[in-house]
Ligand binder design. Structure first.
Ligand SMILES: NC(=O)c1ccc[n+]([C@@H]2O[C@H](COP(=O)([O-])OP(=O)(O)OC[C@H]3O[C@@H](n4cnc5c(N)ncnc54)[C@H](O)[C@@H]3O)[C@@H](O)[C@H]2O)c1
Length: 280
C-alpha cells in the first residue's frame, strides 16, 4: 500500500454488498489511510451488508436517500462532525432504474419511472455537489467521482433509460466541475467503468452477453470492480490534481475499439455458416 489517502476524509455513497464497486473503493481507501463515512438508503442498510463494511473500515454508516436534499445535508453535517473536519473526497456510486427492473422497453417507458431513474442516478449527483458547495464542505483540491457507463455515448442494447441518466451525470460533472474548479480548486470527474457483475449490473438486460462481448473486444479485457477501486483511489489522491471535468474510460480499451481480430474471425465464420446454410 502507498498511503495515497493518508490524512484524507471522505464520503462513500453506494456500497450495498461485497460485490458493489463502492465497497471495493471503501476497502482500498481504508488501506490507503483515509477515514470516511458510508451512506446508503435505509432499505439498503437493512437488507445489504454495509454495517459489516463499516465495522471493518471503522466508518460510520449514515442513512440517506440520495434524492433528498435534506438527507444529503445530514450526511455532510454528520460526516464533518465524526471525521473532524471538511471532506477531501466523495464517491457517488448510485444507480437504479425502475424501467429496467420492471422490464419496460425504451420505446415503452413509464415516465414516472424515468423521472425516478434520472433523479436517483444523475440529479442526485447535482444534489450532492450543490449541498457540498453551499455548505462549503469540501477542502481545496478535493476530488469528487461519480461512476458512469459508455452507454452515455454509444447505444448498447438493453441499457434503457440508464443511458440517458449517464449522459446527464457526465454533463453535471462538467458543468459543476467548472464552477467548483474555478472557485475552490475542486475536481469533478466521472469514471466510465466496464460492465461489472454487481447487483445493479446484473439488472441490465443481456448483461452476460454484454460482458462477454466487451471482454473479447477490449485489448486489456474488462476492468474489474477491484481495478475500478484502484482508479478511484488515484483520482482521490494528490497525484491527479489537475484532472477535472473529464469522463475517464476505465474499460480495458473498449471505448476506442471498432473491430478486433477475434470479432472479425467470428464474424467471418458466421458468414461462412450462413453461406453453407444457403447452399443446404
Ligand atoms: N455494474 C456495472 O456494470 C457498472 C458499469 C458502469 C457503471 N456502473 C455504475 O456504478 C455505480 C455503482 O453500481 P454497482 O455496479 O456497484 O451496483 P450496486 O447495486 O452495488 O450499487 C448501486 C447502489 O445504488 C444505491 N441506491 C439506489 N437507489 C438509491 C437512492 N435513492 N439513494 C441512495 N443510494 C441508492 C443502492 O442501494 C446501491 O448501493 C452505479 O452508478 C452504476 O450505474 C456500474
Amino acid at each position: 500500500m502507498y498511503n495515497l489517502l493518508k490524512g484524507k476524509r471522505g464520503i462513500i455513497f453506494g456500497a450495498l454488498d461485497n460485490k458493489s464497486i463502492a465497497w471495493k473503493v471503501a476497502e482500498r481507501a481504508h488501506e490507503e489511510g483515509a477515514i470516511f463515512t458510508l451512506s446508503n438508503t435505509m432499505a439498503a442498510i437493512r437488507f445489504g451488508q454495509i454495517d459489516e463494511l463499516g465495522e471493518k473500515c471503522g466508518a460510520e454508516v449514515i442513512a440517506a436517500d440520495a434524492t433528498s436534499v435534506k438527507d444529503i445535508e445530514h450526511v455532510f453535517e454528520r460526516s464533518i462532525e465524526v471525521l473532524g473536519g471538511k471532506i477531501d473526497f466523495v464517491l457517488h456510486s448510485i444507480g437504479m432504474s425502475l424501467n429496467v427492473r420492471k422490464k419496460r422497453l425504451y420505446n415503452d417507458l413509464d415516465y414516472n419511472f424515468l423521472n425516478k431513474t434520472l433523479d436517483i442516478s444523475a440529479i442526485s449527483f447535482h444534489k450532492v455537489l450543490q449541498v457540498a458547495h453551499k455548505k462549503d464542505a469540501l477542502n481545496k483540491w478535493g476530488s469528487v467521482i461519480a461512476l458512469s457507463y459508455i452507454a452515455a455515448q454509444r447505444t448498447l442494447y438493453g441499457y434503457n433509460d440508464m443511458a440517458d441518466a449517464k449522459s446527464l451525470l457526465e454533463s453535471i460533472a462538467r458543468s459543476f466541475g467548472y464552477i467548483y474548479g474555478r472557485e475552490s480548486k475542486i475536481r469533478i470527474n466521472t469514471i466510465s467503468q466496464s460492465p461489472t457483475p454487481t447487483t445493479a449490473g446484473s439488472g441490465v438486460k443481456g448483461i452476460d452477453g454484454l460482458m462477454d462481448y466487451s471482454e473479447r473486444m477490449s485489448p486489456l479485457g474488462n476492468a474489474t470492480a477491484d481495478e475500478c477501486a484502484d482508479y478511484c483511489i488515484v483520482m482521490f489522491s494528490d497525484l491527479t490534481k489537475k484532472v477535472t471535468m473529464q469522463n475517464l474510460f476505465h474499460d480495458g480499451g473498449f471505448s476506442s475499439m471498432g473491430m478486433s481480430l477475434r470479432a472479425m474471425d467470428m464474424y467471418n465464420k458466421s458468414l461462412e455458416n450462413d453461406e453453407i446454410n444457403e447452399i443446404e
